[in-house]
Write a protein that binds this ligand. Structure first.
Ligand code: 5AD
Ligand code: SF4
Length: 350
């Protein structure tokens, strides 16, 4: 593993030639470790209701400007079937922290999906008690995304009223214990974040042995307390993607929608800097503009002439036809000792 000092130095690197060398190294590492396949995960945003008040996010409960929706199970299954018909092998069900999405309800939804379609199911629904995660896993869900957002405890606290970083880590440990392929990740360019924090974020992902790692730039939303903050930088974000690939060669790393929103060729640049996943939007048309975590989202499309499939082909890569699970065999290279991690957690000063 690269040292913390080296991570900081590379995140701060300004020489175009050296940055290019870093991104190319990440690209070669990606090719060697996970190959030329790009996994398309169909993103279905099942509810924009959220009980939290994260300072950066347009879905925060205090944002009264946003009309709220929650998809019915029937609509979700329809969206899954239509994604499956387009060849997607994974659906990602994402939502705000919606108290109506109880574990039994989510479990029922997963069973309906698994009965109806041959797809892997990734959940991204926020924090739940331990038993709830087990219930969702037993119902057949395969993966779970829970971004840690930032490892800086003070920054975490100031951005997430009423939440705790320690609880976040616990949730990630529970997800691992429940047998999920677990993903985490962070935002780049949060106000108050430094290169050292970002280096610690990457080290955290490595310690967690994350199966997936999502890294996107912060984009200010006009109906949030951070409306006057500057957005994160695309170049810094790409360096963080590249370094995360070096830290976690076998992980699945998406070219995030936030990066594509920030710069027009963001998806292509991320795919050439270590990313191997794209998450095309499969939310029904009528709900799309309501899932406004940040403004002017530029989601990937998986049909039509501008589709990501064309992009993948142009880059000489292939669209994966399998589920795109993390191979357990490869995880042996970086064994995750859950009891050691829990012991470390007990010593955690947070
Ligand atoms: N800019 C960028 N990403 C954001 N997210 C939420 N708000 C923003 C924003 N303003 C990301 C967070 C969160 C997910 C729902 O979207 O990483 O995990
Ligand atoms: Fe809710 Fe997630 Fe947005 Fe926080 S980041 S307000 S938990 S949707």
């Amino acid at each position: 593993m690269i040292s913390r000092e080296k991570l900081i130095e590379l995140l701060e690197e300004r020489s175009p030639a050296r940055v290019r060398a870093l991104l190319d190294t990440a690209d070669r590492t990606r090719a060697y470790a996970v190959g030329e396949s790009v996994h398309l995960r169909a993103l279905i945003e099942i509810s924009n209701v959220c009980r939290r008040n994260c300072l950066y996010c347009g879905l925060r409960a205090a944002n009264r400007h946003l009309p709220r929706y929650r998809m019915a199970d029937r609509e979700i299954v329809e969206a899954v079937l239509s994604a499956a018909a387009r060849g997607r092998r994974t659906v990602v069900l994402q939502s705000g922290e919606d108290s109506a999405l109880t574990a039994p309800r989510v479990a029922r939804m997963i069973r309906r999906i698994k009965d109806a379609a041959d797809v892997a199911v990734t959940l991204s629904l926020g924090e739940y008690p331990r038993d709830d995660y087990f219930q969702m896993r037993e119902a057949g869900a395969d993966r779970y995304l829970l971004k840690h957002e930032t490892v800086d405890p003070d920054l975490y606290k100031s951005l997430h009223p009423g939440m705790s970083f320690e609880r976040r880590i616990r949730c990630l440990v529970w997800l691992k214990e429940a047998g999920f392929q677990a993903g985490s990740g962070m935002m780049v360019g949060l106000p108050g974040q430094s290169a050292a924090t970002l280096a610690d974020d990457i080290i955290f992902l490595r310690r967690l042995d994350a199966d997936m790692a999502g890294i996107g730039p912060f984009i200010p939303h006009p109906h949030t307390p951070l409306k006057h903050s500057s957005p994160g930088g695309a170049d810094l974000c790409l360096k963080a993607v590249a370094l995360t690939r070096l830290a976690l060669p076998f992980a699945h790393i998406p070219a995030t929608t936030a990066l594509a929103t920030l710069c027009p060729n963001g998806t292509e640049r991320a795919l050439k800097a270590g990313a191997d996943v794209i998450m095309p939007l499969a939310t029904p048309e009528k709900y799309r503009r309501l899932y406004e975590i940040y403004p002017d989202r530029s989601p990937s499309s998986d049909s039509g002439p501008d589709s990501v499939i064309e992009l993948v082909r142009r880059l000489g890569r292939t669209v994966s036809r399998d589920y795109g699970h993390t191979a357990p065999r490869l995880n042996l290279l970086a064994p995750f000792d859950i009891s050691a991690y829990k012991r470390a957690l007990q010593r955690c000063p947070l």
